[in-house]
Design a protein around this ligand. Structure first.
Ligand SMILES: C[S@@+](CC[C@H](N)C(=O)[O-])C[C@H]1O[C@@H](n2cnc3c(N)ncnc32)[C@H](O)[C@@H]1O
Length: 246
């Protein structure tokens, strides 16, 4: 096994949507058929090329950029929690659009990015790598970082390792989606926003209904950058109603 094959196949297992090819493989002949398909798809994918050119860590950046373009979610000064953030392209987008890095004029935002995998720092963001978002310990750490204040936007691009068994994968991502919702309910500002990735399946309609109990509007969004064969959708819930305390 040559080194290119090894590095690409390892990356793929971790982030199917997030591996950027650094060089075009010249010889696909000795690769497994599935690897050939994946490499060919990466080479032909305009978002992979664009991510490289614009210095995003993965092509997923363009999904959030498109959602923002259409629905105007971010502005300088906002506080954002980014769940399932590695390798960090959504964190890059959020940091830039909220001015968390302080490179632009105007208000300075805050971005807290968490993932169960370790990942490299993003300038202006607070990174919580190696931390499982679903644990009480991680959520306590995030609340401490907020120092009693609230978040304007909660993002969840969290995804379990896909087994290929569609129903099981759907159930697992829904557990993560509900974990993000439960946390968002505790720390989101009234009128705040939640964006959650799900994979289509039987529990999606109920999740949409549950979101509507707490948010004024819920939209199902499928950005252009989502791959045709993917079952992913993003639920955009806006206008958090707040929790009744009495
Ligand atoms: C599609 S990737 C996220 C890509 C990221 N939004 C970006 O743009 O770079 C999904 C991520 O969810 C993370 N994840 C899955 N389960 C998690 C959990 N329980 N806690 C934290 N992160 C989790 C994975 O480790 C993976 O990095």
């Amino acid at each position: 096994m040559n080194s290119l094959y090894r590095s690409v196949s390892q990356t793929r297992r971790i982030h199917t949507d997030c591996a950027l090819l650094k060089e075009i493989p010249r010889n696909l002949k000795n690769k497994k058929h599935s690897s050939q398909l994946w490499l060919t798809r990466q080479m032909r994918d305009p978002y992979v090329e664009k991510a490289k050119q614009e210095n995003y860590r993965c092509r997923s950046a363009f999904k959030l950029l498109e959602i923002n373009e259409r629905f105007k979610i971010f502005r300088p000064g906002l506080t954002v929690i980014d769940c399932g953030a590695a390798p960090g392209s959504w964190t890059q987008v959020a940091t830039n659009l909220t001015n968390a890095h302080g490179k632009k004029e105007g208000s300075i935002g805050k971005v807290y990015a968490v993932d169960k995998l370790p990942f490299y720092p993003v300038e202006g963001a607070t990174i919580l790598g190696n931390m499982d978002f679903t644990t009480a310990e991680t959520q306590k750490a995030l609340k401490e970082l907020l120092e009693g204040s609230t978040a304007d936007v909660v993002l969840s691009d969290m995804a379990p390792n896909a087994s290929g068994v569609r129903e099981m994968d759907h159930d697992n991502i829904m557990l993560l989606a509900y974990a993000a919702l439960r946390f968002a309910l505790q720390i989101t500002k009234v009128q705040g926003t939640l964006i959650v990735k799900i994979w289509d399946g039987g529990k999606a309609p109920q999740f949409e209904q549950d979101l509507l109990k707490f948010y004024d509007s819920v939209k199902v969004v499928r950005p252009d950058a989502t791959r045709d064969e993917s079952t992913e959708n993003f639920l955009l819930a806006r206008g958090f109603k707040g929790l009744k305390t009495s």
